[in-house]
Structures are given as C-alpha cells and as structure tokens.
Design a protein around this ligand. Structure first.
Ligand code: SF4
Ligand code: SF4
Length: 329
C-alpha cells in the first residue's frame, strides 16, 4: 500500500513537471527512485570517456562513519546504488557498507567494471545481502573491449560466469554507446544471455573528456535506428529486458518534458558526501554528512537548482553535455 502511494507520488511529480513546465514546483513531495552514491574515485581502469579523468583526487574514499550515519536516515528509500567515477570493489569497506545499508534500504546495488570479481569477493557480496549487480561492458570482442576499457574481455566474461555459477544474484549489463563501438555492441544480447544477465541498460556516451577519441552518435541517425532495431529484436527473442529504444529519445526524455527530470528523481552523492547536480554534473549543491535525507532532498540549495532548471536556466555544463536550455527538445 505504502509502495503504491510512493509510486503514485513519483508519477504525479512527472505529470506536474511535464504539464506545468515553468509553473511546476521545485519541491519534491516524491522520494527518489534511486540514490546513487560514489564510494571511491579509485579505479583499476582508465576508460577514455570517463569523467573521473577530471577528478583531482583519484584515490579518495568516502568517510564510512559519516556515510553510515547518513544511511540511517534513508528509511523509505527503495534503492541505493554504489556507482560513480570509481570502482566500488576498490572501496575497502564495501561489504560492511552493503550489509549495513540492507538494514535500512530494501535494495542495495552496485555497478562494477567486473575485472576484480573473484570467487572470494563474489561470496562476500552475496553474503552481505547485495540485491543485484550491474557490470559495464562496452564491447563484445577483444579489440573493442580493449579500446573502450583497456582490459581483457575474457577476464570480465570469466568473472561474470563465475558469479553466475556460484550465485543467483540478478545481473545487469550496462553498455555505453558511441559511433566506434556500435558494431561490436550489436552482439551484446547474445553475450548478456551467455552471462545469465536479465537486463541490458544502454546509455549514450557523454562527451565530457576532451581527449576522448570516441564520438557520440546522433539520436536520429540511420545507424542508431538500425542498431536499436537489431538489439531490441534480439533481446525480445532471448527474453532479456533492455532500454534500447530509449537511445532514440533525445536526452533520454521519456516524458517529452522540457525539463531534465534527473534532479527530481535520481540524486547523486559524491565521494566527499556532496549532493551534486547529477551523476554527470558534479557541481556541489549541499553536503549530506551530518544531515538527514529529508533535510537535503528539499534543501534551499536543491530547490534552487530545480527552480533554475524549471525556468530553463540550466548550469552551463548541462547545456554543453545534455543540450538542455539550448533548444526546445
Ligand atoms: S571502469 Fe568506470 S570508473 Fe573506471 S575508468 Fe571506466 S568508466 Fe571510469
Ligand atoms: S541536464 Fe544537467 S542535470 Fe540533467 S542529466 Fe544533463 S548534466 Fe545532469
């Protein structure tokens, strides 16, 4: 019953933002769909498009004690995901923090590059109560995997197969789509099936890093349309869920709203405990440590940002990366 009410509040907020646009409220009576938390900026890989390249401190870890205090205030939140500009498996207290999180939040997930998933950590993750795991894979052949992740595809595949053999943990595959890896990703449904994954999430590559040799693919290009048709069909036949069709929607704007809905539904907290504009734009809004979630979700800073977004006055970075505030799409 309570879950149904929460879902309705989220739905109502989406309707409000879509229908009332500039007259919508910056206040969120809904709770987030998911809170994303960056546990560390350490990573064992160096993907060419990763926003971590712009992070000054590339070995930071979140303060465990402060994070636990914050987690205690998350009662009522459905899901927390450990993700961000770093590899969660390199956070030294990952297992402890998942176990702790599960006392307050029904779903605790993480997104990993999969390289460090050995038998020991898999067993610990399962025992900790982890709800599901997403593995990022941006190519299905050795060469593309090396170009996108700088690592051996076989190692990741071997690790995810081990995960499947020794646990029933739901597995998702997350794939970043660019012009250069599109061809290789046409086979991602078959690879996902062989790994026992139940869902593939596709995302457009964000052009954040100037040295990145990969290129974003246009929403309405024939190549992307062909790609989506192929992978959507394969996923259907293989009984794998996917969001492939969302790739064709400009700015992933499913509700055809003029407003970017991310700050209304998907808060991102970085390694310093700062609630940021979103997982792409790491401009600090407010620090969450020592505060409750209720205090920060509709804080002055958070509402100010939402107000600007509602009025179309997006932070510069949003305009550059997502194109909001520039044209009417
Ligand atoms: S694995 Fe993830 S965090 Fe690490 S460099 Fe690649 S995209 Fe960035
Ligand atoms: S428009 Fe801004 S807030 Fe929305 S997803 Fe893009 S960078 Fe994030």
């Amino acid at each position: 019953m309570i879950n149904k009410i929460k879902e309705r509040l989220s739905f109502l907020k989406r309707i409000e933002l879509t229908k009332f646009s500039a007259f919508a409220s910056s206040y969120c009576y809904n709770l987030p769909e998911e809170i994303q938390i960056e546990l560390t900026t350490r990573c064992n890989l160096n993907c060419p498009w990763c926003g971590r390249k712009q992070t000054k401190d590339k070995s930071a870890v979140i303060d465990k004690i402060k994070l636990k205090e914050f987690i205690k205030t998350l009662k009522g939140i459905k899901k927390v995901r450990f993700v961000g500009g770093g590899e969660p498996l390199l956070y030294p207290d990952l297992v402890e923090i998942i176990r702790f999180g599960k006392r307050y939040i029904p779903n605790v997930s993480l997104t990993t590059n999969g390289v460090l998933l050995d038998k020991k950590i898999i067993s610990e993750l399962v025992e900790s109560g982890l709800s599901d795991i997403a593995v990022s894979l941006d190519g299905t052949d050795k060469k593309t995997c090396y170009k996108t992740k700088g690592t051996d595809l076989n190692q990741i595949v071997k690790n995810v197969k081990t995960l499947r053999q020794i646990s029933n943990l739901p597995i998702e595959i997350w794939a970043v789509v660019s012009k250069e890896n599109l061809e290789s990703l046409k086979s991602i449904p078959e690879l996902a099936k062989s790994l026992g994954a139940s869902y593939i999430q596709f995302d457009h590559m964000d052009e954040i890093v100037s040295s990145n040799p990969f290129h974003k693919i246009e929403y309405n290009s024939p190549e992307l349309r062909e790609f989506v048709a192929i992978v959507a069909d394969k996923c259907k036949n293989l009984n794998i869920k996917s969001n492939a069709e969302h790739l064709l929607i400009p700015k992933n704007n499913l509700f055809n709203s003029k407003i970017c809905m991310i700050p209304f539904f998907y808060p991102f907290i970085d390694v310093n405990g700062d609630l940021t504009v979103c997982c792409i734009n790491h401009q600090k809004l407010v620090n969450v440590f020592g505060k409750s979630f209720k205090e920060i979700w509709n804080s002055k800073e958070t509402c100010n940002l939402r107000k600007k977004i509602i009025q179309g006055k997006y932070p510069g970075f949003c305009k550059e990366i997502c194109g909001y505030g520039i044209n009417k799409n």
